[in-house]
Design a protein around this ligand. Structure first.
Ligand code: GDD
Ligand code: MN
Length: 381
């Protein structure tokens, strides 16, 4: 539609165009969203905003409550996602559904101090590309809401990511940020949908996008005190940490290797360890013949690989119930064909080159790439 046609669309008489969209990813946050809405409204004062809850079909009925609220609040909306899980993709889809010129992302559990939203918006209007609510710089403090372990881990992750972005940000792990929607829309197609660290991903992508135009990316920071969670429990766990490592590795290869491929390869490596342990137990411990011990080890390793990939690599589309078993069968089948491909490639290469290690590695790579590509289509589609 051209701008001429858009201006021909009549504006609603009771409508005030939102200046900022507040995106709230939720999973089991029923007890928090009404209070958050109220606090955001108070904080933003006369600034018109839209409030978008992105809920992954939480068992506690967060989405139902959000829709009930939206019945009464014209600036509130609920994006109710079915069959999917994940903070990063929730944030991306919420932001992609926003109409306001600026988007802000804030946790639902009241850990982020909504009172700095006006200051964040002001910095963005002043020209900052991305404004981060930070827990460490200046007056901000993390000690209130984070355990000692979490705080150490968070500092380490901060250092790792400054290596990646080449920027010394005090809190690139923050889940609290604000940016121009146009910039988000520009980088959105290339963002990873996996894991927790969407801000880091946005910064890396936006830095590259700007660099190709010879422009620096300006990032502003607004400090705040990280509060303790209001109601409910955190969804951060070991899974999130592993996914973060996957994202870091993926971004180091400039996204050539997707996070899920690197996770798949990491799981495959763990499968090798499982294989060797099972081989030792069944052969030396239980007295299986080598062929049977090798068969048992292969089955056990394939099974643990499947379970781990289902929980980690494809946490966003985890197979459950009957789909779990159907997935397991297709995984066995694909991996068996992958093994044939592996042996064929390695044998041909060895015949031609007589390079033992090289042929072995090429064969193994062949099966990782094959298994990854095919199970992505057949098993976790
Ligand atoms: N839609 C959706 N889907 N939302 C989710 C999911 C999901 O799978 N997982 C978590 N959320 C929502 C939670 O409901 C909450 O509103 C927000 O994302 C943050 O989740 P928490 O479980 O409270 O995470 P945290 O407090 O341990 O860590 C958060 O704060 C840190 C400090 O700002 C995250 O935002 C981290 O990324 C951040 O570093
Ligand atoms: Mn939290």
């Amino acid at each position: 539609m051209s701008s001429l046609e858009i201006s021909a669309v009549p504006a609603a008489t009771t409508w005030t165009a939102p200046a900022v969209a507040v995106i709230v990813p939720t999973f089991n946050e029923r007890e928090n969203i009404a209070l958050l809405y109220e606090k955001v409204m108070t904080a933003l004062g006369s600034t018109p905003f839209e409030f978008i809850v992105v809920d992954d079909n939480s068992p506690d009925g967060t989405a139902a409550l959000a829709k009930e609220m939206a019945q009464r609040l014209p600036n509130m909306r609920c994006l109710h996602r079915l069959g999917r899980r994940g903070l990063a993709s929730a944030v991306c889809e919420g932001a992609a559904s926003a109409a306001a010129p600026y988007i802000a992302v804030i946790d639902a559990d009241l850990q982020h101090d909504e009172r700095i939203l006006p200051a964040m918006l002001a910095r963005a209007i002043d020209g900052a590309d991305i404004v981060v609510g930070t827990r460490y710089a200046g007056a901000g403090s993390a000690s209130e809401g984070l355990s000692v372990m979490r705080e150490q881990g968070s500092r380490l992750a901060t250092q790792l990511s400054s290596l990646l972005t080449g920027k010394s940000l005090s809190d690139p792990m923050s889940g609290f940020f604000l940016m121009r929607r146009a910039l988000f829309d520009k980088v959105a197609p290339g963002l990873s949908a996996e894991g927790f660290k969407v801000l880091l991903d946005i910064i890396v992508s936006a830095t590259r996008a700007h660099a190709t135009e010879g422009l620096p990316l300006t990032i502003a920071e607004v400090p705040y005190t990280f509060r303790t969670r209001h109601a409910g429990t955190s969804k951060m766990g070991p899974l999130v940490v592993i996914q973060f490592l996957g994202l870091l590795l993926s971004r180091m290869t400039r996204g050539v290797l997707p996070t899920s491929f690197l996770m798949f390869a990491m799981v495959g490596t763990s499968g090798l360890v499982v294989h060797l342990i099972t081989l030792a137990i069944t052969h030396d411990g239980l007295g299986f013949t080598f062929a049977y011990a090798q068969l048992a080890a292969t089955l056990v390793a394939m099974t643990t690989n499947f379970v781990l990939n289902n929980a980690l690599t494809y946490a966003d589309r985890k197979l459950k119930g009957a789909r779990f078993w159907r997935g397991l069968i297709t995984f066995y089948l694909v991996c068996s064909i992958g093994t044939i491909a592996n042996v064929a490639v390695a044998a041909n290469l060895f015949a031609a080159s007589h390079a033992l290690m090289l042929s072995g590695i090429a064969g193994a790579m062949m099966s990782v790439v094959f298994n990854y590509s095919v199970t992505r289509i057949l098993t976790w589609r």
